[in-house]
Design a protein around this ligand. Structure first.
Ligand code: CDM
Ligand code: ATP
Length: 280
C-alpha cells in the first residue's frame, strides 16, 4: 500500500509557555501543502526494514517511520515484519514535518494492512509517542494545534492558495531552536483568533499580513538568509512570507499561480530547494 504523505507549513506559531519537561506550549495554525513523500508499506517476513532514496535519512531505528511501525507491532503483538519504502520529496530537517508525515502515513497504512480498526484518536495517540507534529499529520488540512502540538481543532479549510517554499542550504535542529528561545524577549506574538477569523472569512490578504512565527526570533539572528528569502518573496508580491516551524524553510502565499511562478523562478536562480505548491 502506498500513501501520499504531505508536508505542512505553519501559518502562525506562538509559544505561550513551557512545561516542566522542557516542551513548549504552543498555539499554531497548521496547513498541509501539495509536496509529498510517497510511503509504501507492506507485510514483510521479519523485523522492520526501511528503504529511502535520500542518503541523509537514517534507515534504522532513528527513522520516524520505523518508530511508528515498532509501536504498532508491539502494541498489537503482530508477528510478521514490515517493509517500508520512503520515496522522499520533502526536504529533510526543513520545518516541513517530513519525518512526522512519514510516521503518520505508516500508522494509517498499518491500520489498513493489519486490519487494526484504530480510530483517528487511537492513531493520534500512537503518533504523539513518535513526535509532537505526528497527530496533526494524521488529520492534515487546516487546524489549530495547542498543547505541545497535539491538541487539535479542525478549522474551516483554507481557500486553495498558491505558495512558494524555499529552503536555504542550512540545517536547523528543532530541539536547538526551542532550546534557544527566550520567552520574555518575544515582542510580537501572532493574533491567533484574528488569523482564524480571517481564514473563516477567506480574507487571505489580511491573514497573510498577520502571520507571525515567534521561532524566527531565534533563527533569523543566526541565519540572516531566512530574512533575505522573506524579503525576496515580498519583492515578488507575496501577500505574506514566513518561516515554517523551526525552519529554515520560508514560504510565501500568492494571489495566483502566475505571481507564485515568478517568485519561484527568481528563487531557483539562488537556491536549489525551491517548490511551487498549493494548500491542500
Ligand atoms: C516546530 C514544529 O514543527 C511546529 O509545527 C513542532 O513544534 C515540532 O514538532 P516535532 O518536530 O514533531 O517535535 P518533536 O520531535 O516531538 O520534538 C523535537 C524537540 O523539539 C522541542 N519541542 C518540540 C515541540 C514542543 N511543543 N516543544 C518543544 O520544546 C523539544 O526539545 C523536542 O526534543
Ligand atoms: N522519515 C524521515 N524523514 C526525514 N527525516 C527523518 C526521518 N526519520 C528520521 N529523520 C531524521 O529527523 C531529522 C529531522 O527531519 P524532518 O525532515 O522530520 O525535520 P522537520 O521537517 O524539521 O520536522 P518538524 O517540522 O516536524 O520539526 C532529520 O535530520 C533526520 O535525520
Amino acid at each position: 500500500m502506498t500513501i501520499k504523505c504531505p508536508a505542512k507549513i505553519n501559518l502562525s506559531l506562538d509559544v505561550i509557555g513551557k512545561r516542566e519537561d522542557g516542551y513548549h506550549l504552543l498555539r499554531m495554525i497548521m496547513q498541509t501543502v501539495s509536496l509529498f513523500d510517497n510511503v509504501t508499506v507492506q507485510k514483510g517476513s521479519e523485523g522492520i526494514n526501511i528503504y529511502c532514496n535520500k542518503s541523509s535519512v537514517p534507515c534504522n531505528e532513528n527513522n520516524s517511520a520505523y518508530k511508528a511501525a515498532k509501536l504498532i507491532l508491539d502494541k498489537f503483538q503482530i508477528k510478521s515484519g514490515v517493509d517500508i519504502l520512503i520515496d522522499k520529496e520533502i526536504p529533510v530537517a526543513a520545518g516541513l514535518a517530513g519525518g512526522s508525515t512519514d510516521a503518520a502515513g505508516v500508522i494509517k497504512a498499518m491500520n489498513e494492512i493489519f486490519k487494526l480498526h484504530m480510530t483517528m484518536e487511537d492513531m493520534m495517540e500512537i503518533g504523539l509517542k513518535v513526535g509532537a507534529d505526528v497527530p496533526y499529520c494524521i488529520i492534515g488540512g487546516t487546524a489549530l494545534a495547542e498543547g505541545i502540538g497535539e491538541k487539535l481543532t479542525v478549522l474551516k479549510q483554507f481557500k486553495e492558495t498558491w505558495c512558494v517554499l524555499a529552503k536555504p542550504p542550512i540545517s536547523v535542529s528543532t530541539a536547538d531552536v526551542y532550546g534557544s528561545l527566550k520567552l520574555d524577549e518575544i515582542v510580537r506574538h501572532p493574533d491567533t483568533e484574528e488569523l482564524i477569523d480571517n481564514i473563516e472569512k477567506e480574507e487571505i490578504d489580511i491573514l497573510a499580513k498577520g502571520m507571525v512565527n515567534v521561532l524566527e526570533t531565534v533563527t533569523i539572528k543566526e541565519y540572516p538568509i531566512i530574512l533575505e528569502i522573506k524579503n525576496i518573496m515580498k519583492e515578488f508580491n507575496a501577500l505574506g512570507s514566513l518561516m515554517s516551524g523551526s525552519g529554515p524553510t520560508v514560504f510565501g502565499l500568492f494571489r495566483d499561480k502566475a505571481e507564485a511562478e515568478k517568485c519561484y523562478h527568481r528563487l531557483r536562480d539562488y537556491l536549489k530547494e525551491v517548490y511551487l505548491v498549493k494548500t491542500l
